[in-house]
Design a protein around this ligand. Structure first.
Ligand code: XIL
Length: 385
């Protein structure tokens, strides 16, 4: 099953019924009016029109997005929007292995350096993504890579950014937990086939030997609830902690997909957040976007409201657990990855270009205008205690 389907199939999603329990979809109009009015009412207040980075900073938090160097260069309006709204940014692909070490031992940083320079100019923190992943790697790199390959790669890439004034954190490893128990040969930690816990431990140790002044994260998807995957992810975090490894945060990607097919689990999500707190590993929201799948509502207006309510509900849970960093996977629907045929939810959208207009997972629309989702995120920051 292609990555995207597998990726979406097992990540934590919300059924419409669960949406009702989570307050994402209000059953009766009155409630709906309240939630809409609440956002609308706030919309008039000056604050809500403030840049999201400013509303986040007012609560000691950061808001940002995945950004693409290509669009920063080609799309000035997009670049200005990023500069206005984001206080942290993750390169969409420019710091992945295939971009930084396309040939063994040959490092290329032009595209990542251009993003780092943009971040420096606009006082945006840069989050490094990622040093170890089963995708985004050149063909010469096997999965898992050998320890020698890992050591050369980590020393080359982290070394290049050791003194960077903007890069402050790394996804040291990304998506190392398998999608299900029949895709791992490690029952305890559920690691992807061929990956041993000791290899990940050594990866983190090598990273600390290169630059212990950055924050180190273990990043994954489908852990936004009490799932087989989140249980193994938390066990792996605990293993790394018990191995004396420097691990500062857990990246919860948060690609949320609401449909009648998948269950979101508010109680389970809270238990994941609590477990991370107990392990003294900070939960970081690293790739948030919200996709509504079948049954689609009958209008874009209704879809946008569902997405907005979902952002608000999810971020309220995050901020109640003192999450202080929220990165959406993109800022505008214009450049969302989910509109790419390879990544969109196949069943509903793949062969239905007429439905692609419903793929609206981000705070700003394709004309770079704020959507109800933007107001909802603003309101969540504003109400965060
Ligand atoms: C995605 C990018 O957005 C796409 O442009 C690329 O083609 C594939 O990778 N989880 C991750 C990200 O950690 O690196 C992925 O980014 C999305 C899923």
């Amino acid at each position: 099953m292609p990555y995207r389907r597998k990726f979406l199939k097992r990540a934590g999603y919300t059924t419409l019924s669960a949406l009702l329990t989570m307050g994402f979809l209000q059953k009766d109009n009155q409630k709906e009016d309240n939630s809409t009015n609440a956002i609308a009412a706030n919309n008039t207040s000056k604050n809500l029109n403030s840049p999201l980075r400013q509303l986040a900073a007012a609560k000691g938090k950061r808001y940002g997005a995945a950004i693409s160097g290509e669009f920063l260069l080609k799309d000035k309006d997009y670049a200005n929007l990023i500069a206005r709204e984001c206080s942290i940014a993750t390169p969409n692909g420019e710091l992945k292995w295939d971009a930084t070490e396309p040939q063994p031992g040959k490092f290329t940083f032009e595209s990542a350096d251009a993003i780092a320079d943009f971040c420096r100019k606009h006082n945006i923190e840069l989050h490094g993504h990622t040093l170890f992943w089963h995708m985004g790697k050149p063909d010469w790199v096997p999965y898992p890579p050998t320890l020698q390959m890992i050591e050369r790669h980590v020393k080359g890439v982290m070394g290049h950014y050791r003194n960077s004034p903007v890069l402050k954190s790394w996804d040291i490893a990304n998506e190392i937990i398998a999608d299900s128990e029949n895709e791992t040969d490690n029952a305890t930690y559920g690691l992807r086939k061929g990956v041993k816990p000791e290899l990940i431990r050594d990866l983190f140790l090598i990273a600390a030997s290169v630059d212990k002044n950055k924050k180190f994260y273990l990043n994954d998807f489908g852990i936004e609830g009490a799932t087989w995957k989140s249980d193994r992810f938390l066990k792996m975090v605990e293993y790394l902690k018990n191995s004396g490894v420097k691990i500062d945060g857990a990246g919860i990607q948060s690609h949320l997909w609401f449909s009648t097919a998948y269950g979101f689990d508010e109680k389970g999500f809270n238990s994941v957040l609590k477990r991370l707190n107990d392990l003294e590993v900070k939960p970081i929201i690293t790739e948030l976007d919200i996709i509504i799948d079948t049954p689609l509502p009958d209008s874009i207006k209704k879809l946008d409201q569902m997405v907005a309510d979902s952002y608000k509900r999810y971020l309220d849970l995050c901020f109640a657990a003192k999450v202080d960093t929220v990165i959406t996977w993109g800022l505008t629907d214009r450049h969302t990855w989910i509109r790419h045929p390879r990544w969109m939810p196949r069943k509903t959208f793949r062969n239905n270009p007429s439905l692609w207009k419903f793929l609206r997972p981000l705070p700003f629309d394709e004309n770079l205008q704020p959507k109800p989702a933007c107001n909802a995120i603003a309101q969540a920051f504003q109400q965060a205690t």
